[in-house]
Design a protein around this ligand. Structure first.
Ligand code: SF4
Ligand code: SF4
Length: 339
């Protein structure tokens, strides 16, 4: 079994490209915030231009097409083909499984590296209470349809208090599914998962982050069980001991989170606020004025990630002297386990 922390590297970059924010579902924890991300659908010419904008580094860049639900975009297949043509390192589509617009008939497995399906419960009851009625069956059906056409498939499971207890049922489920990769994500306090109370952003009680104890008891153990099935498992590290080094990915790696209202963030935790580092204007990446997320990245605090402390401080614990008992890692720092 190989277990490694995936370190940040200047040599690779990821383009998380939200080509629209429209979605057919209304998940309880949806991170899309139309006030901050827009509600427009990018036309195909704009998508091609923006892909080209990031293509100077395309040989080392992975592009992930996202929404909303990206398959609702009638020209997603053309976007995929353009990304392939200009040489992106890998191409992924993240989907809720509904696979609109006959997308599987318009692209080939040579053009897409992974189709990644979101499921948030091992049972229909739990998944559908978070993601909406019918979404469990549709996700599993979508995986089968994609595999029947030769696509590589992966799964994303976003952990919250609503579904952590079903994580231990996931090895039995995934061993029937033939997926190649399994991604565990931590619930972000943004979009629908957050609410503003007394001028402070706080967690929406209908979905909440799990405690450190619960995370550390369950997540690494179940990740290993899934990896033993021959599936590569990736999960965020989240908690760092005080002697472990904290690094902010935005200072070491090139990650771009692009939204249809032209905003480009380097940190996903900042996405609920108008703190984006760049905007795309006239098909150029233009730096935004201060104050923005870039002013945060180099700040050093004993709690680790500054944005975490500002937005989701409930996951921090202090000793009697007021010192944090541990640090919160960059949300982009991942552990990867494989056989
Ligand atoms: S499928 Fe994704 S974009 Fe759609 S509501 Fe759920 S979390 Fe939001
Ligand atoms: S999550 Fe924190 S550490 Fe990671 S990029 Fe954002 S501000 Fe930096």
């Amino acid at each position: 079994m190989q277990k490694q922390t995936v370190t940040f590297s200047k040599n690779s970059s990821n383009l998380f490209f939200h080509i629209l924010t429209k979605c057919n579902l209304s998940c309880k924890h949806c991170y899309i915030n139309k006030e901050q991300h827009g509600d427009n659908t990018l036309d195909i010419e704009t998508i091609k231009n923006w892909l080209t904008l990031f293509s100077n580094k395309s040989k080392q860049t992975n592009v992930i097409f996202l929404g909303g639900e990206p398959t609702l975009h009638p020209d997603l297949s053309l976007a995929v083909k353009h990304a392939k043509k200009i040489g992106f390192n890998s191409i992924t589509i993240d989907t809720n499984g509904y696979l609109f617009n006959n997308i599987l008939d318009k692209i080939t497995s040579d053009e897409v590296d992974f189709i990644s399906f979101s499921l948030d419960g091992a049972t229909k009851k739990t998944n559908d209470s978070i993601r909406g009625k019918g979404s469990y069956d549709q996700c599993l059906a979508g995986i089968k349809q994609a595999q029947a056409k030769g696509f590589s498939t992966s799964m994303i499971y976003t952990i919250s208090n609503e579904n952590i207890d079903e994580l231990s049922m996931m090895p039995d489920l995934v061993k029937t599914l033939n997926i190649e990769r399994f991604f565990i994500q931590v619930l972000g306090i943004r979009g629908k998962s957050s609410e503003i109370k007394n001028n402070k952003i706080s967690s929406n009680p209908s979905v909440s982050q799990v405690s450190k104890e619960k995370w550390l008891t369950l997540v690494p153990k179940i990740a290993e069980q899934i990896a033993l099935l021959g599936i590569i498992v990736t999960y965020p590290k989240v908690f760092l001991n005080n002697d472990e080094k904290f690094e902010c990915a935005a200072l070491f790696a090139n990650n771009y989170f692009v939204f249809p209202n032209r905003r480009v963030y380097q940190c996903p935790v900042c996405e609920d606020l108008p703190m984006h580092s760049f905007e795309i204007r006239n098909n150029l990446l233009v730096k935004t004025e201060k104050i923005n997320e870039k002013n945060i990245f180099s700040l050093s605090i004993p709690e680790g990630c500054v944005m975490n402390k500002l937005i989701q401080p409930d996951n921090l614990v202090y000793d009697k002297k007021g010192a944090p008992k541990y640090k919160i890692a960059c949300c982009l720092l991942k552990q990867e386990i494989s056989l």
